[in-house]
Write a protein that binds this ligand. Structure first.
Ligand SMILES: CC(C)(COP(=O)(O)OP(=O)(O)OC[C@H]1O[C@@H](n2cnc3c(N)ncnc32)[C@H](O)[C@@H]1OP(=O)(O)O)[C@@H](O)C(=O)NCCC(=O)NCCS
Length: 145
């Protein structure tokens, strides 16, 4: 297997934005990704199978807190361990910073993502009712490093 995770280049943004569009109901869009890419406190990693980008994770690290802003794996590459690898490397990057807590939000019905986050020690700490356009609840999850 030649699965790896690395920081993205600006030229990866179109491909990553496409994975986001296909996977997330409220995607950042290409301009959103271009804006995020310029921010010092935002890190974007990609998972790669040979030369193909299979998924991404977007992290924000500010002082002692970090947030997972988005993670997605292309439909054809799911259930092969790419998200696990992205989470592992993303959390390793956060561990090298001053952050001690990591937060994220997830739709209450996104069982795949909730299972993934739980397996990395995330716990539900609060709920945001009517958070999404379709009125679904967001779960706020947190892990301590
Ligand atoms: C959630 C997502 C990133 C998982 O990516 P993936 O590469 O398929 O996940 P992995 O193969 O690394 O699996 C990791 C863990 O996720 C969970 N998981 C993944 N797919 C699952 C499924 N269909 N059903 C239940 N749990 C699932 C499991 O806990 C799995 O661990 P296991 O294989 O030991 O059971 C992917 O389904 C996705 O991109 N979904 C759309 C975008 C999204 O919802 N992002 C999160 C927004 S908050």
């Amino acid at each position: 297997m030649s699965f790896t995770v690395k920081k993205i280049n600006e030229s990866d943004l179109i491909e990553i934005s496409k994975i986001c569009d296909d996977s997330i109901s409220d995607p950042f869009g290409i301009q959103g990704f271009k804006d995020l890419y310029k921010l010092e406190h935002v890190k974007i990693l990609k998972s790669v199978n040979q030369d193909e980008i299979t998924g991404y994770i977007v992290l924000s690290i500010v002082k002692d807190e970090a947030e997972i802003l988005s993670i997605a794996v292309g439909e054809n590459f799911r259930r092969q361990g790419f998200a696990k690898l992205l989470m592992k490397e993303g959390l390793n990057l956060i561990k090298k910073s001053d952050a001690k807590k990591v937060f994220l939000e997830v739709r209450e019905d996104n069982i795949c993502a909730i299972n993934l986050y739980r397996s990395f020690g995330f716990k539900v700490i609060s709920e945001r009712k009517n958070y999404y356009k379709d009125k679904k609840t967001a779960l706020v999850m947190m892990a301590e490093l």
